[in-house]
Design a protein around this ligand. Structure first.
Ligand code: 5AD
Ligand code: SF4
Length: 452
């Protein structure tokens, strides 16, 4: 079966999950199940069965005994095999009691019982027009966000270490044909920035670049290893499509996450906006990254030229079907010098609806309030945090270079002070793992009640 069909038809009717005790055991189990022809896939561990950043193996009930026999026979160290019928249930009576239509109430009931929403229901939510239902949608997402990931904002920092790119994506300001000053950071420069993040107490660094083969596997690996050795930080790579072997090498070196967005789950639109890529390949890379044992970051753009509501509904469901751990949805923003420079930007409310519905549909995952939404509207980041998002990405590229990483025009260079303000405005908490002694020395006033 092609991956595309798998996405459409792959609705396991009675899902079960296997939760292992470590990443090594999880990879080993997947190998065993694959060898025994048990259809299975990695998904973010659902609420109630493990932490927000852990991974479980999903399979159909019909394989339950077989899976149990296999893991026992091979002495896999596992925490359990669970039916997803016994999933965590939500209490949404407050939403149910709001002034909303019968159709909306039916959806609330399904979400309460934790029954997967179908495409028609997602479309209904995307098409909400009246204020009461919009407010109810945001409130429902906020409630699920609180139960799944709490009030603490996860702070990550991105170093955009090269803006060279061999690709020519129609929407992107650093596409190959765009004239812009190109730069590459050396390993030393990158590590210098990582040291600053470490001082602030940031736990995960995102190494991001255009698709730039100048950085070979060995170069990336040596940067990864040094960060791991010196700082023990989590690492997210966002360096475009690489090959299967490479993902495995990065996984073994301890890379935790890999960000490679689908951008749009519609083949029609994907192929239209990506002159150098194929939809099937991008989907395949999603599988390769996950199967290497790296948590997958995906997501996409809302309001792309000619994009339909039907396609956006599929974008959201794609994230659930592909078991994505970190889902970044932001508005499309026109970038000067690109074929789409005169197109209109994505809509704020529609993007917020997408964030909210993604939280409701995918639940136990990281949802960033993206830089793009912070660039679209001065309060975009706060509004996204109030609509289900829980993660902020700081731009930590050296100041003299960051202006050159304009994937879209008028980018908001989200920094620590902006993130602190959004955290306060959305009445959330800063993570206690930050180094507040140092942050206060830098001149920030942070009350203890802001820390969780
Ligand atoms: N508008 C919004 N987001 C964009 N990205 C790239 N170009 C644009 C744009 N014009 C996003 C894509 C990409 C990430 C690096 O930035 O989602 O994956
Ligand atoms: Fe390159 Fe990524 Fe921009 Fe495409 S979206 S042109 S791959 S940096």
């Amino acid at each position: 079966m092609s991956l595309l069909n798998k996405f459409i038809k792959n609705q396991i009717k009675e899902p079960y999950i296997l939760v292992c005790s470590s990443k090594a055991q999880m990879l080993y189990s997947k190998e065993l199940l694959d060898k025994n022809h048990v259809e299975n896939e990695f998904i973010p561990t659902p609420k109630g069965f493990g932490g927000v950043c852990t991974t479980a193996i999903k399979f159909d009930k019909k394989f339950q005994n077989e899976v149990e026999n296999i893991v026992k026979k091979h002495k896999v160290d596992y925490q359990g095999i669970f039916s997803l019928e016994n999933r965590y249930k939500y209490d949404l009576h407050e939403i149910y009691d709001m002034n909303v239509s019968k159709q909306f109430k039916n959806i609330v009931k399904k979400v309460e019982a934790n029954i997967d929403l179908q495409k028609e229901e997602v479309k209904f939510l995307l098409e909400i027009k009246n204020k009461e239902e919009y407010d109810a949608l945001i409130k429902m997402a906020d409630k699920i966000r609180r139960e799944c990931v709490g009030d603490r904002i996860e702070l990550r920092a991105a170093i955009e270490f090269s803006n060279y790119c061999i690709k020519n994506c129609n929407y992107c300001g650093v596409r190959r044909d765009n004239t812009t000053h190109r730069y590459r950071m050396s390993k030393e420069e990158i590590l210098n920035e990582v040291a600053k993040l470490h001082n602030v107490g940031i736990k995960t660094v995102i190494l991001q670049s255009g698709e730039d083969p100048y950085y070979t596997t060995d170069m990336i690996l040596s940067i990864v290893k040094e960060i791991k050795d010196k700082y023990r930080m989590g690492i997210t790579l966002s360096i475009g499509e690489r090959d299967e072997e490479e993902y495995k090498i990065y996984s073994e070196a301890g890379v935790n996450n890999y960000l490679l967005k689908i951008e749009t789950a519609s083949k029609r639109l994907f192929d239209k906006i990506h002159p150098d890529d194929s939809y099937e390949d991008r989907v395949r890379h999603h599988e390769l990254i996950k199967n290497a044992g790296i948590r997958l970051g995906s997501g996409g753009m809302i309001g792309l030229p000619s994009q339909t509501i039907d396609e956006i509904a599929e974008d959201i469901l794609f994230q659930r079907e592909f078991g994505v751990h970190m889902i970044g949805f932001g508005p499309f923003l026109p970038a000067s010098g690109t074929p789409y420079s005169e197109e209109s930007k994505g809509d704020l409310e529609l993007t917020l609806k997408v964030v909210a519905i993604t939280r409701i549909v995918c639940q136990h995952v990281f949802l960033p309030a993206t830089t793009a939404i912070a660039s679209l509207h001065p309060e975009g980041q706060t509004l996204a945090l109030e609509a289900g998002a829980n993660t902020i990405m700081l731009i930590s590229t050296p100041e003299h270079l960051r202006e050159n990483y304009q994937i879209y025009s008028k980018k908001n260079m989200v920094d620590l002070s902006f993130a602190i303000q959004s955290t306060k405005d959305s009445q959330r908490k800063l993570p206690k793992y930050l180094n507040f002694g140092y942050i206060r020395e830098l001149g920030y006033e942070i009350e203890d009640k802001l820390i969780d």
